[in-house]
Design a binder for this molecule. Structure first.
Ligand code: SF4
Length: 332
């Protein structure tokens, strides 16, 4: 089973509740960035974005207000590097008490610090960033030793009884043979899922390591194949989309992002505008425009945060797709 029963049933119940209320747009995953401070400066990551001062973080109360306002059943705690956030154990306990599921997205360097203060819970998954095998990951993170540390912390998390998954971005120079080697290694370590996403190219990014549309399709045809042999947690319909075998509108409202600067619109990737309150954000973004993907910055985008919610949104239009998803989640 790809997703644990309690997460799958909560997600289905959330869809049904919104359908019953007549809501056509509603969040599924809150992207919560409590801080913009990071202990790495990965290639391709904006230095302005992640060199933030720790004192500029969201307070615990602001984080929980965002959780309550969005109402999403899943909260992805990212950043910055969330293990630097001083109130992290308290934040996790308070979100669990609200009966939400948490993905703690981390580079793993300071995970030991969290392991000493936190405790495993069925609603908490540790999500370790890993962009390939040792040479590639250390190159992308721009620091030797980060791969070995991430692997050590994955093993330690499993030893302590945590659900541990991984998050990988595919870049232009990523070798797919290496990704297969990584899948083999992580499967052997008993990880509970591997999320694989394309790093995508838009004009505002000067660096040329991100994928253009045809490159994404080529790389993800291979990921689609790998997903039949390894516990890759991206859905098969999303992988078919990334491989160029089907099309979807975007669903940017499915994964709203709260940061120390405010609610970020329109999506996790594009810094269009920051809003001071949930109400201003939800009513202020032109969702129809961003769903249509007509903006030049959307042309090469295949981000899971924009399109996995589209898979769910469009599911009811195709019994065949429903069956594909049911088979994938419950029978594989
Ligand atoms: S297509 Fe990508 S860049 Fe455009 S709104 Fe959706 S997630 Fe954002």
């Amino acid at each position: 089973m790809r997703f644990p029963v309690h997460i799958a049933t909560d997600m289905i119940a959330w869809q049904l509740r919104n359908w019953w209320r007549g809501n056509t747009r509603y969040p599924s995953v809150l992207m919560l960035e409590p801080l913009h401070t990071c202990n790495l400066a990965c290639l391709g990551c904006s230095p302005e974005r992640y060199s933030g001062d720790l004192k500029d973080r969201l307070s615990l109360e602001q984080c929980l207000e965002a959780v309550d306002d969005a109402g999403a059943p899943v909260v992805s705690i990212c950043g910055g590097e969330p293990t630097i956030y001083p109130e992290l154990p308290e934040l996790i306990d308070a979100i669990v008490a609200r009966k939400r599921h948490i993905y703690l997205c981390t580079n793993g360097l300071l995970l030991e610090r969290f392991y000493k203060r936190g405790r495993p819970h069925k609603r908490l998954s540790i999500n370790v960033h890993l962009d390939g095998m040792r040479a590639t990951h250390d190159l992308i993170t721009d620091r030797p030793g980060t791969f070995d540390r991430a692997i050590e912390m994955i093993k330690e998390g499993k030893r302590r009884g945590y659900a541990v998954c991984t998050n990988t971005t595919i870049f232009r120079e990523t070798s797919m043979d290496e990704i297969e080697e990584m899948c083999e290694l992580l499967t052997g370590l008993g990880v509970d899922g591997m999320l694989i996403s394309p790093g995508y190219h838009y004009a505002a990014i000067a660096e040329d390591r991100f994928l253009h549309r045809d490159e994404t399709h080529r790389q993800f045809q291979r990921v689609l194949e790998l997903s039949k042999r390894y516990p890759i947690s991206s859905t098969p319909l999303f992988l078919q989309f990334a491989a160029g075998q089907r099309d979807y509108p975007c669903t940017p409202w499915g994964t709203p992002t709260r940061t120390p600067k405010g609610w970020k619109g329109p999506c996790y990737l594009i810094e269009g505008k920051y809003y001071g309150s949930w109400k201003e954000f939800w009513g202020g973004v032109d969702w129809s425009y961003w769903e249509s993907r007509q903006d030049p910055r959307c042309q090469n985008c295949f981000m899971h945060s924009g399109f996995e919610p589209s898979v769910v949104r469009k599911l009811r239009e195709s019994p065949r797709d429903m069956w594909t998803m049911a088979k994938w989640n419950f029978l594989s």
